[in-house]
Design a protein around this ligand. Structure first.
Ligand code: FMN
Length: 347
């Protein structure tokens, strides 16, 4: 029987993944030369990874400890004679009939596991245990989902929480600290007036709009417990390029939504055609050169949003080499201008 794969032979991504999933962080100080009690979990994980990747005695000690911790899984996987047998056992673990931590270790180091099967297991584990990889705050970032205004109940954020959200938005990367954006809060007593503006905008755009269309337009102004307008306000005559000011505004909007999520609120930003209506912009007090990026509806989610399939990091992440510069892009060619996106996906 061939020997199990040495830990260092797994490659960086598998190594990081299996250390995260199969080696409890409490085990690390005793295993890692140079570790001390003051180290954060993240620092311990990084040290474990570099020790394991370096091979030698440090890696052997980690491997031996993983073998002890997951002895039961190793003996369950040991008789598998080929990749098909291993895959069947892996499915047993995915069904919850075997601890995933042990099964993952046993599969990755099994001499019959081929590259494809290791990567299948990696994908399964990263999907099933994504947040475990991350500190709590990153977990919150990874799980944020938009919630439709129809699924938002009271309470929404009050002034104190909105202030925190705006503070988070002001902490986003921002070239020149221009904060080229601002937030308009529409409080309850003003919502009916806003609804009338939304209805009038809908009538302008679609003189044949049905009663149901007009009701929907009004509802967008009234249904969420808290409603904010997010305005991009590029600073003219500043040396920071406009496109960077838009990026800074987008980053601020992202921080605002993430802060709302971390404060326990559900929310969504929706633009729709009304955000391109000059008359509405004027009625909301926008100055020439300002843009209504969207309306942020906030409240308490009636039920958690179901998990969604996100793109894989590998779809948007490549390492550059001189040879790849001439290769086709990850997607097709970029659109000629940002304006080309306007009007897409509007509700
Ligand atoms: C500025 C901005 C405007 C948006 N406008 C709309 C919109 O009008 N209609 C829509 O369906 N989604 C719109 N979205 C996308 C949703 O807010 C949301 O991000 C998307 O549905 C993905 O859901 P998720 O946030 O749960 O991943 C907009 C997003 C941004 C950043």
């Amino acid at each position: 029987m061939p020997a199990p794969l040495p830990l260092a032979g797994l490659g960086r991504h598998l190594l990081r993944s299996v250390l995260r999933v199969s080696l409890p962080v409490q085990e690390m100080p005793a295993l890692l030369p140079g570790a001390d009690a003051s180290m954060s979990d993240a620092a311990l994980r990084r040290l474990a990874e570099s020790t394991a990747a370096a091979g030698g005695e440090g890696a052997a000690a980690i491997q031996a400890r993983l073998d002890v911790l997951h002895a039961a899984a190793l003996s369950r996987f040991a008789p598998a004679a080929d990749a098909a047998g291993l895959e069947a056992l892996w499915r047993t673990a995915l069904r919850g009939e075997l601890p995933l931590e042990g099964a993952y270790w046993a599969l990755l180091v099994h001499p019959q596991a081929d590259r494809t099967l290791r990567h299948v297991a990696f994908g399964d584990v990263e999907m099933l245990r994504p947040a475990d990889a991350a500190p709590a705050s990153l977990g919150a970032l990874l799980e944020r989902r938009s919630i439709s205004p129809r699924r938002l109940d009271a309470p929404g954020p009050g002034a104190e929480d909105i202030e925190l959200m705006v503070q988070a938005a002001l902490s986003a990367p921002d070239h020149g600290r221009l904060h080229p954006w601002r937030v308009i809060e529409f409080r309850t007593p003003q919502r009916e007036a806003l609804a009338a503006l939304f209805e009038a905008e809908k009538r302008r755009r679609d003189p044949l709009a049905s009663a149901a269309d007009l009701r929907r337009a009004r509802a967008h102004a009234t249904e969420a417990p808290c409603l904010l307008g997010f305005v991009v306000s590029p600073r003219a005559r500043k040396r920071v390029p406009l496109r960077e000011q838009w990026l800074a505004a987008g980053a601020a909007l992202g921080n605002l939504l993430n802060a709302a999520h971390q404060l326990g609120y559900g929310g969504i930003v929706l633009s729709g055609e009304r955000c391109f209506d000059d008359a509405l912009a004027r009625q909301l007090g926008l100055q020439p050169g300002e843009h209504l990026a969207g309306f942020v509806s906030l409240g308490t989610a009636r039920e958690p949003a179901p998990p969604t399939a996100r793109a894989l990091p590998q779809e948007v992440w490549r390492c550059w080499t001189p040879d790849t510069a001439a290769a086709p892009a990850l997607r097709g060619p970029a659109l000629p201008a940002a304006r080309a996106l306007d009007g897409e996906g509007l509700s």
